[in-house]
Ligand binder design. Structure first.
Ligand code: UDP
Length: 354
């Protein structure tokens, strides 16, 4: 047994897209993982116990993890888990994440994302577990004042939707908690646009209903589940008029989480620090379509439609802080993001229900 195996990591929202890929990397790095999920955005496996995504993670890792079906709003269930285990650190993914839905039912988002996080922090405090890596988002930056965007860019004031504001509020809560008493260590990971899948094609992104995001939409068009892609606007101030984003391979993101966990477990790390996780390079919607067609030899029919509310022209990250402090840097290209997305989608046309 190496040292990491004695280190138990508690992962919330472990069955989801970024959660499942990150757990795989944590297991491969020797950590023990206890994961919870409420199945709000994942599918149970055949025996109805562990989510299908995590069953596959166990196969890929050649190692088991512990899973509990728990909703963070149920504080008593959370406490029972903390009674059974001794956690070194928490990685907190669990959240509702559909931007459009968050505008229709904001209170569900505030109750679930913010309320769930407060419950988690209270239980952590009670059990003296004071290290947390939080799954935040570049959406906290709102409309960029400059590019590339670094971690000192203002946050919150121009968030364009309730989902983004829940991430911002939770960041603020974590900052307050880390200041309130000694011993708290908080890392905020601000993701840019996670895409791709594990290179095996065995796990990947499996959104409920019609995808909101670009890459899963493209891959569902490619596999024949959707007829054509709608490109939201071609009159932005960008290279070809379509929106520019910093797409990052989900396995790079997963490795970023392992680097953050390693950092937070050091005695030197204290307080609260935010890190961008992106590639530092922006690609337009049309460039992504082209890259997908080239990498996968499939045609993606698309039409140009109106802009989507709340979208910005361009956003991409300054990633130098994560490289300097976490020793982490993304490695995978847009081509690889497209190939791996396609491997997952073509092997699993209807996702984890296959
Ligand atoms: N987009 C698009 N059609 C879609 C989904 C997204 O044209 O069906 C565009 C969107 O306007 C933005 C980019 O793709 O410019 C990335 O959008 P996504 O929803 O994937 O991520 P976001 O940056 O909004 O978090």
């Amino acid at each position: 047994m190496n040292d990491n195996e004695k280190t138990e990591i508690f992962v919330t929202g472990g069955a989801g897209y970024v959660g499942s890929h990150s757990i795989l990397e944590l297991l491969k790095n020797g950590y023990s993982v206890v994961a919870v999920d409420n199945f709000s955005n994942s599918k149970p496996g055949k025996d109805q116990t562990m989510p299908e995504s995590l069953k596959r993670v166990q196969c890929l890792a050649g190692k088991e993890l512990t899973f509990y079906e728990v909703d963070l709003l149920n504080k008593d269930s959370l406490k029972q888990i903390f009674q059974k285990h001794t956690f070194s650190c928490v990685v907190h993914f669990a959240a509702l994440k559909a931007v459009g839905e968050s505008c229709r039912v904001p209170l569900d988002y505030y109750r679930n994302n913010v309320g769930g996080s407060v419950n988690l922090l209270e239980v952590m405090q009670e059990f003296n577990v004071k290290r947390i890596v939080f799954s935040s988002s570049a959406t906290v930056y709102g409309v960029p004042l400059y590019l590339p965007i670094d971690e000192t860019h203002p946050v919150g004031s121009t968030c364009t939707n309730p989902y983004g504001r829940t991430k911002y509020f939770i960041e603020e809560i974590l900052k307050d908690v880390s200041k309130s008493e000694k011993g708290w260590s908080v890392i905020l990971l601000r993701y840019f646009n996670p895409v791709g899948a594990h290179e095996s094609g065995i796990i990947g992104e499996d959104p409920h209903g019609v995808p909101n995001n670009l890459m899963p939409y493209i891959s569902q068009v490619a596999v024949g589940r959707l007829k054509e892609l709608m490109v939201f606007g071609n009159d932005y101030d960008t290279v070809d008029g379509t929106g520019v984003r910093d797409f990052i391979h989900v396995m790079d993101l997963a490795e970023g989480h392992v680097s953050a966990v390693k950092e937070i477990l050091t005695a030197e790390f204290k307080g609260c620090t935010a890190y961008n996780l992106g590639t530092g390079k922006g690609y337009s919607v049309l460039e992504v379509i082209k890259a997908f067609e080239d990498a996968c030899s499939v045609k993606i029919p698309y039409i140009i439609v109106d802009r989507r509310d709340g979208d910005v022209d361009s956003i991409y990250a300054d990633v130098s802080l994560a490289e300097k402090c976490l020793g982490w840097k993304s490695k995978r290209s847009l081509k690889q993001m497209c190939e791996d997305t396609w491997r997952w989608q073509s092997k699993n046309p209807i996702g984890f229900r296959t």
